[in-house]
Write a protein that binds this ligand. Structure first.
Ligand SMILES: Cc1cc2nc3c(=O)[nH]c(=O)nc-3n(C[C@H](O)[C@H](O)[C@H](O)COP(=O)(O)OP(=O)(O)OC[C@H]3O[C@@H](n4cnc5c(N)ncnc54)[C@H](O)[C@@H]3O)c2cc1C
Length: 378
């Protein structure tokens, strides 16, 4: 009989195993991981650099202490995003694996849990047979990035145990746009992007926007995607009609001031069609000229709020996180134990939590893994 069985060898699962074994070395702990190695998603995170937390997170100190103990030195960039010193995600994955081996934690890779049931204790069904465990941690992630093993298996088990699962939605992705974007493809602009729902602004962020053949991308667009939700009863086809996206190409300059500057260019003798030349990239200038015909006031209005109609966010294969998941109401945040099933725990992205880009999602995984690990060892 295994004392603690951890389903999912990602960020939360590995952290939980380390904390549990450190607290009680006598425990038999086993991690079951579907993929052929632990922490595949960690390797891909932060564009291979692993943005593991953020200085703005309330419990960042605990995370940094943990990684220092594991031999990982970190540093923050100007936005407070924390990375391993070499900016190589492998530094994080290897340090976790090293500590797991040192603590003699059993690891089964290429092993997929198919079902979990509870009688007097838990029975985990794998393709290769059954495992029996006193306590189980479900840390198998959400549905984002199925290529890293996360295919939403845990939601089915949670529901079978009577847990409410908030609808999982792919977030932190690029956004597809209804308008023809081909002429803008490849352009990058330091701008601000905003989202309105029924004409009310619900999101605004500055950053670098990348225009693609089908839409827009970039960190600020990823963060916007967390607010682009299909209302109940609507489909992907008509679900986003109530949303509009606006790009502000001059976030530092008010519209009236911009109009004045464009008038000044007019007075300097710029022709109508070249009034925007070298102020914004050529294809953007062309698109604005097509509507505003060089009128300084109309041009300024479009430069401050260039409208786009969202068609939808890119799907699970491109998403970095899952919005929705196991409802937090039914999991004790002090222990991560289910309020419905004794000795069943949840940690990481399986839970109904999603944060913006910047290290918040991995922080959630370390944090909830830490709490669950310490608690399960009691
Ligand atoms: C491309 C990409 C880049 C990202 N970059 C960042 C970043 O820089 N900073 C940040 O904070 N967040 C980032 N994220 C999000 C972050 O990686 C996740 O939120 C975090 O890894 C979640 O941790 P987790 O342990 O809950 O799940 P995961 O790390 O996803 O691990 C879950 C594990 O469970 C395994 N599993 C699933 N089902 C089963 C099963 N049935 N049986 C056995 N094992 C199973 C999976 O194979 C997987 O290894 C990124 C995500 C992606 C996809």
């Amino acid at each position: 009989m295994i004392d603690i069985c951890i389903v999912g060898g990602g960020a939360a699962g590995m952290t939980a195993a380390i904390y549990a074994k450190e607290a009680n070395p006598a425990l038999h702990i086993c991690i079951i991981e579907k993929k052929n190695q632990l922490g595949k998603k960690i390797l891909a995170s932060g564009n291979g650099k692993c943005n593991l937390s953020n200085l703005a997170c309330a419990r960042v100190t605990e995370t940094l202490d943990f990684f220092r103990r594991l031999g990982v030195i970190t540093r923050a960039d100007s936005e407070g995003r924390l990375y391993p010193y070499t900016e190589e995600s492998r530094a994080v994955q290897e340090a976790l694996k090293h500590r797991l081996h040192q603590l003699d934690i059993e690891i089964r890779t290429s092993a997929e849990v198919l079902e979990i049931e509870k009688k007097e204790h838990f029975i985990l069904h794998l393709k290769t047979g059954q495992l029996h465990a006193k306590k189980v941690l479900i840390a198998c992630g959400g549905k984002a990035g199925p290529q890293f093993g996360t295919t939403g298996d845990g939601y089915r088990w949670a529901k079978a145990f009577g847990h409410k699962v908030e609808k999982p939605i792919p977030v932190l992705t690029a956004v597809d746009i209804k308008e023809d974007m081909t002429r803008l493809a490849g352009i990058r602009a330091k701008a601000a992007v905003s989202l309105t729902y029924h004409n009310e602004e619900i999101f605004r962020e500055r950053g670098e926007i990348q225009f693609t053949k089908t839409g827009i991308s970039g960190i600020c667009v990823f963060n916007l995607s967390r607010f682009l939700l299909i209302p109940e009863g609507r489909s992907f086809l008509d679900g986003f009609d109530d949303y509009r996206i606006f790009i502000d190409f001059f976030p530092e300059i008010e519209a009236a001031e911009l109009t004045k500057l464009l008038r000044q260019r007019q007075e300097l003798g710029f022709r109508e069609e070249s009034i925007l030349e070298y102020l914004v990239r050529g294809p953007v200038a062309d698109m604005i000229y097509a509507s505003a015909k060089g009128d300084p006031s109309d041009s300024a209005t479009l430069l401050k709020a260039f409208p786009l109609s969202p068609k939808g966010a890119k799907g699970w294969d491109f998403a970095q996180a899952t919005k929705g998941g196991v409802s937090l109401d039914e999991v004790n945040p002090e222990t991560m134990e289910s309020r419905k099933i004794k000795d069943l725990y949840f940690a990481g992205e399986i839970l109904d939590f999603d944060g913006p880009c910047g290290g918040y999602n991995l922080q959630n995984a370390w944090e909830t893994g830490t709490i669950a690990g310490k608690e399960m060892a009691r």
